[in-house]
Structures are given as structure tokens and as C-alpha cells.
Design a protein around this ligand. Structure first.
Ligand code: FEO
Length: 174
């Protein structure tokens, strides 16, 4: 059975993952509003991915005999000055999420909770990818600069992204 302190910290992270999903869905709406459908698609897929992260925490808490307590989700920003500003926000946000995951790992170690520590390792790896994929788009947007052609090329590329549910088995074994 999971200890109270650890469970509360995991509940908090579940909320943070839902907030991430909300933030990226808001960015998707922003990109739709400026007719960049490929960017909007990338963000929608990202929002789906964050929801799947939240569900991993949900399933894990249940499996460890805890009770999930859902709390209010903060409203996300809804406007950005440019596609670059939005993607720089993604990058900064993912760096913040990485530090949240690292703090959870620290807590699992100080609490001697090996199962939670093991569960969190998936997220440690995932965050490397999350930061890298956001930074990749930031760098492309910087290269494109003010070129409309460059922006539309990136838009076409981001339109290709499809949601792939995480391949690592869920904590619930399903
Ligand atoms: Fe759930 Fe983008 O980290």
C-alpha cells in the first residue's frame, strides 16, 4: 500500500499532467485560430499524450491501493504572440515538468518507495524526449525566421504527427 505522502505527491502530478494536456489543447485552439492546422494537429496529439500520462498516474495510484483525489485544473493561457513564442512556452513547460518528475523521484528515494521509483523511471526517460521534441521545433522555427514558406513547410511536417499510445505496459498491467 502506498504511503500518504507519496500518494499526495502523485495526485499532484496527475493534476500537473492534466494541466499540461489543457495547456496544449489551448495551444491547439490558438493554432487553429491562425489557420496553422499542422501546428494545431501537433498540439492536439501532445494534449492526448499528456492525458495518457495522467492516466498512468491514475492507474498506478489505484494499483497501489491508494485513492485518487482530483483537484481543480488551472485555466491555461489562450493567446501567444507567435508560433515561436508558443513552442518556447512548450519547451519551458517541459523543463518544469522534468523538475517535478525529478522531485518525485527524490521523494520516492527518501521514502524508500522502490515501486514508485521504478514506475517513475518511465517518466524520466519520457521527459528527455519531451524536451528534445519541443526544442527541435523551436530550432526549426528560429531557422525559418520570418519566412512564410518556411513556416508552411514546418506546418506540413507537424501535420504528420499521430497519437501513439505509450508502448510500455500500464502500471495496471493493461
Ligand atoms: Fe507529461 Fe509533457 O510531460
Amino acid at each position: 500500500m502506498i504511503k500518504k505522502k507519496m500518494q499526495q505527491a502523485l495526485d499532484k502530478q496527475l493534476n500537473a499532467e492534466l494541466y499540461s494536456s489543457y495547456l496544449y489543447l489551448s495551444m491547439s485552439a490558438y493554432f487553429n485560430s491562425i489557420n496553422l492546422k499542422g501546428f494545431a494537429n501537433w498540439m492536439k496529439v501532445q494534449a492526448q499524450e499528456e492525458l495518457s500520462h495522467a492516466m498512468k498516474f491514475y492507474n498506478f495510484i489505484l494499483e497501489r491501493g491508494g485513492k485518487v483525489i482530483l483537484s481543480e485544473i488551472d485555466p491555461p493561457q489562450s493567446e501567444w504572440n507567435s508560433p515561436l513564442a508558443a513552442f518556447e512556452h512548450v519547451y519551458r513547460h517541459e523543463q518544469k515538468v522534468t523538475s517535478l518528475i525529478n522531485s518525485l523521484v527524490d521523494l520516492s528515494i527518501s521514502e524508500g518507495d522502490h515501486a514508485t521509483n521504478n514506475f517513475l523511471q518511465w517518466f524520466v526517460t519520457e521527459q528527455v524526449e519531451e524536451e528534445a521534441s519541443a526544442d527541435e521545433v523551436v530550432q526549426k522555427l528560429k531557422l525559418a525566421g520570418k519566412s512564410a514558406g518556411g513556416l508552411f513547410m514546418i506546418d506540413r511536417e507537424l501535420a504528420q504527427r499521430v497519437f501513439a499510445p505509450p508502448t510500455v505496459p500500464e502500471a495496471s498491467g493493461g
